[in-house]
Structure formats: structure tokens, C-alpha cells
Design a binder for this molecule. Structure first.
Ligand code: HEC
Ligand code: HEC
Ligand code: HEC
Ligand code: HEC
Length: 331
């Protein structure tokens, strides 16, 4: 039996065929994590901004939270900081002397990727004497692409950064929700609204002068990227549903809602990658115990999302401006 009806079966026209990417959700490999202190040497403004957010604060606060204790006790877990289930999303973990330990809340590397392999390359403008002013756009693109292949999630492929948000904010764990009593993700999570308030740290583009607001072109790309990533990760979460109850219903509903919003955007911007994501999703049967098929569809949506993020600078998307959230609603 289907968990929800999507009502989207009429959207298909052209079918674009992509080779599948790795399809894995983003990870933050504990054996390759530095620390936020490592970043602070050159990114002190970003670190200051981060320290004002619940992402930082959850490290100290979660284990004292009565609701967290209740969730742990429902699941038969002894402590938040030593339980693998909680630390995956609430903390950054690092391997120290062969043991994986929680070292911070949701930190730089939780969103931008574990940095051991890319940290010394990501700021290399082309040798020790080269400066930012000397760097060609081609060198910059190649530098950031190389960092991506080494696990960095940077602004060249916004879809990858967005994937880290949705990986956590969809809470794709049936037992944690149904037995533990954890919420089934942040139900009203939308990338522009949730990233442009307290989370925003755009100091690089102003050379540290101030925390810039993103321009409307970037916000358009971000809004679309967020909806495609929501579709991908809600579909992944639905793939984990084995019983028709709270968890399964919530995540499937969320997938259907993301599709409806994305369809609304597509009617205005008529973009081939958005079309492709919607067509893949139109084939999804949002029912329990449908794991293999839903994961294939999620992988296809991911390919479309990354191609969209890499191909659009937003200047051609003005027709969707009325759909952008009002700045007064930013978190
Ligand atoms: C030695 C100084 C230094 C350290 C340490 C450092 N960075 Fe950077 N980082 C830079 C510079 C310089 C740039 C700007 C590069 C440019 O102009 O594109 C940058 C750019 C970035 C960007 C933006 C790339 C883009 O355009 O999308 C991210 C994200 C980033 N750093 C994350 C980190 C994280 C996370 C850490 C810690 C794990 C870190 N950096 C440590 C110097 C550093
Ligand atoms: C898949 C990611 C994920 C896992 C795993 C996870 N959480 Fe969460 N948790 C979240 C997110 C995201 C929020 C924020 C939800 C919101 O309010 O938007 C959250 C919020 C919470 C909150 C309420 C917010 C607060 O801190 O006041 C508690 C309590 C909590 N989690 C406890 C736990 C415990 C205990 C575990 C382990 C048993 C756990 N979580 C595992 C993602 C996760
Ligand atoms: C590693 C998991 C993880 C990642 C990645 C992540 N978050 Fe979170 N986020 C959390 C958790 C857990 C909380 C709740 C913390 C708490 O209150 O204890 C949270 C809280 C928040 C809050 C505060 C919400 C509130 O109501 O106070 C915002 C805003 C937010 N996240 C935005 C984002 C955005 C935007 C991204 C991606 C750019 C992102 N998050 C990536 C786990 C994550
Ligand atoms: C919750 C997820 C999250 C966390 C945590 C996070 N970032 Fe970011 N970062 C983002 C997002 C989203 C962007 C904006 C991408 C865009 O607008 O293109 C970004 C952009 C950046 C940029 C480029 C800003 C510019 O002006 O273009 C730098 C540099 C950066 N982050 C460094 C850091 C550092 C250092 C930390 C740790 C203190 C950190 N980030 C923590 C999600 C995160």
C-alpha cells in the first residue's frame, strides 16, 4: 500500500539518462577530521559566527537535556556522548589513538567534509608566491574540483553542502523516531530560510570585512538545490521505512511535499535538470519495504541535483523570485 499519493505522474516529457554517481550520502570520516580550531587560524570570523548557533551549543547541552535522556532510555542507550546513534548527527567525531571520540557539535567539517586530505590544497592559489589576485578562474575551478574529489564540500557544488544538511535534518532512522521518540527531522527545513539567518558566514567574499548577504541569484540556486536535496533525502529516508507508522508516514509525506514545491518552481523556470529530478521521482512508489527501488531513484535525483548546482549561476532564474522566502522568516 502506498504511504501517500504524489499526484505527479503527468510531469514527464523528456527523459535524460545519466550515469550514476557514487550515490552515497556525504560522510565525515573520523579518521580524517582536524578540528574547528585548525580552521580558526584563518577563519576566525566563521568560527565566531558558528559559536552562536545550536550546532556549536549542542555539544555541551545535549547530554543535559531531559528529552535526550528520555530518548536514550527508550532505546536502551546509556549515554548520549558515547552512543553512536546520537553522535552521528549531533557531534563531529574524530579518531584519536585508534578510538572514535565526539570532539565538538556540528562543526565546520560536518558540513564541509573531513579536511585532512584537502586542507593544504584548498587555499593554494598556484604555489607559495601566488596570490588570490593572480589566480585565473580556471585555476580556481580546478582547485575546488580537486578538493571536492578529496572530500571537500565547497561552494562550487552547493548540492554537496546541502546534502550534509538534509542527511541530518531528515533523521532517516526509523527506530530512533518510532521507538526513541525523536522527531522525524526538521519538518519545515528549507535551505534558504535555514542557512541565511544565524548559520550564514559569508566572510570570504568580503575578505573578512563583514558577513555578507547572498545576492538573489545565489538564493535562487540555493532554493532549488534545497528542494532537490529534500526530495533526494526524503526518498532515502522513505527507503528505510519498514512499517506503516509515524516515521514512514512523515518521511513519505515530506518527499511528496518537496516534489510539489519543486514542480511549482519548474513551472516557472523550465530547467532540464529539475525536470529530470521530477521524472525520476514520478517513478517512486512511496511504500514501506521498497528500499532497493527508492535508493536507485534517490541516486538519480542526486545526479540531477549536482548537475543543476554546477550549471546554474541563478541569473536565468528570475521567474521564480516570488517563491523565495521573505528574509524576515530566516532562522
Ligand atoms: C592556512 C589558512 C587556512 C586554514 C587553516 C583553513 N582555511 Fe579555509 N580557506 C583559506 C583561504 C585563504 C580560503 C580562500 C580561498 C579562495 O580565495 O578561494 C579558504 C576557503 C575556504 C572555503 C571556501 C571555499 C569555497 O570557495 O567554497 C571553505 C568552505 C573553507 N575554507 C573551509 C575551511 C575549513 C573547514 C577549515 C578547517 C578544517 C579551513 N578552511 C582551514 C585558508 C585556510
Ligand atoms: C539523523 C540525525 C540525528 C540523529 C541520529 C539524532 N538526532 Fe537528535 N536531532 C537531529 C536534528 C536535525 C535535530 C533538530 C530538529 C529540529 O528541531 O529542527 C535534533 C534535535 C534533537 C533534540 C531536541 C533539540 C534540543 O537539543 O533541544 C533532542 C533532545 C535530540 N535531538 C536528541 C537526540 C538523541 C538522544 C539522539 C541519539 C539517541 C539523537 N538525537 C540522534 C538529528 C539527529
Ligand atoms: C551533522 C548533522 C547536521 C548537519 C550537517 C546540519 N545540521 Fe543543522 N542541526 C543539527 C542538529 C542536531 C540541530 C539541533 C541542535 C540542538 O538544538 O541540539 C541542528 C539545528 C539547526 C538549526 C537551529 C534550528 C533551531 O530551531 O534553533 C539551524 C538553523 C540549522 N540546523 C540549519 C542547518 C543548515 C542550513 C545546514 C546545512 C547548511 C545544517 N543545519 C546542517 C544537525 C545538523
Ligand atoms: C551547518 C553547515 C555549515 C557549517 C557548520 C559551516 N559551514 Fe561554511 N558554509 C556553509 C554554507 C551553506 C555555505 C554557503 C554556500 C553558498 O552561499 O554558496 C558556506 C560557506 C562557507 C565559506 C565561503 C563563504 C563565502 O563568503 O563565500 C567558507 C569560507 C566557510 N563556509 C567556512 C566555514 C568554516 C571555517 C566553518 C567552521 C567555523 C564553517 N564554514 C561551518 C555551511 C556550513
Amino acid at each position: 500500500m502506498n504511504l501517500v499519493k504524489t499526484g505527479l505522474s503527468g510531469v514527464g516529457i523528456t527523459l535524460l539518462v545519466f550515469s550514476l554517481a557514487s550515490g552515497q550520502p556525504p560522510q565525515c570520516d573520523p579518521s580524517k577530521v582536524n578540528t574547528a580550531e585548525t580552521c580558526a587560524k584563518c577563519h576566525s570570523n566563521e568560527v565566531q559566527t558558528w559559536k552562536q548557533t545550536p550546532h556549536f551549543q549542542t555539544f555541551e547541552q545535549l547530554s543535559r537535556n531531559p528529552e535526550a535522556k528520555q530518548i536514550c532510555s527508550n532505546l536502551g542507550l546509556r549515554s548520549v556522548k558515547r552512543s553512536d546513534v546520537c553522535i552521528d548527527c549531533h557531534f563531529t567525531t574524530k579518531e584519536i589513538d585508534g578510538r572514535v571520540k565526539a570532539i565538538a557539535g556540528v562543526s565546520c567539517e560536518s558540513c564541509h567534509g573531513a579536511s585532512v586530505d584537502w586542507i593544504s590544497i584548498h587555499n593554494d592559489y598556484g604555489g607559495p608566491m601566488a596570490t588570490k589576485e593572480d589566480e585565473t578562474p580556471e585555476h580556481r575551478a580546478a582547485r575546488l574540483d580537486e578538493c571536492t574529489s578529496l572530500g571537500m564540500r565547497n561552494t562550487r557544488d552547493l548540492y554537496l553542502i546541502a546534502s550534509s544538511c538534509y542527511q541530518c535534518h531528515t533523521v532517516p532512522n526509523e527506530r530512533l523516531v518510532n521507538v526513541g521518540g525523536h522527531n522525524a527531522g526538521s519538518e519545515d527545513f528549507e535551505l534558504v530560510r535555514w542557512s541565511q539567518g544565524m548559520v550564514r558566514h559569508n566572510f570570504l567574499r568580503t575578505e573578512g570585512e563583514y558577513n555578507a548577504e547572498s545576492d538573489s541569484s545565489r538564493l535562487r540556486v540555493m532554493y532549488v538545490v534545497g528542494l532537490i536535496a529534500d526530495l533526494e533525502f526524503s526518498t532515502r529516508a522513505t527507503a528505510n521505512a519498514t512499517e506503516k507508522s509515524n516515521y514512514g508516514l512523515k518521511v513519505a509525506n515530506r518527499a511528496a511535499k518537496a516534489a510539489v514545491k519543486l514542480y511549482e518552481v519548474q513551472q516557472r523556470i523550465d530547467n532540464s535538470f529539475v525536470q529530470s529530478a521530477l521524472e525520476s521521482f514520478a517513478g517512486a512508489e512511496l511504500r514501506v519495504n521498497n528500499r532497493a527501488s527508492l535508493l536507485v531513484i534517490a541516486d538519480q535525483i542526486q545526479v540531477a541535483g549536482r548537475r543543476f548546482a554546477m550549471s546554474s549561476d541563478g541569473s536565468e532564474l528570475a521567474a521564480m523570485d516570488e517563491l523565495l522566502p521573505d528574509p524576515s522568516t530566516y532562522k
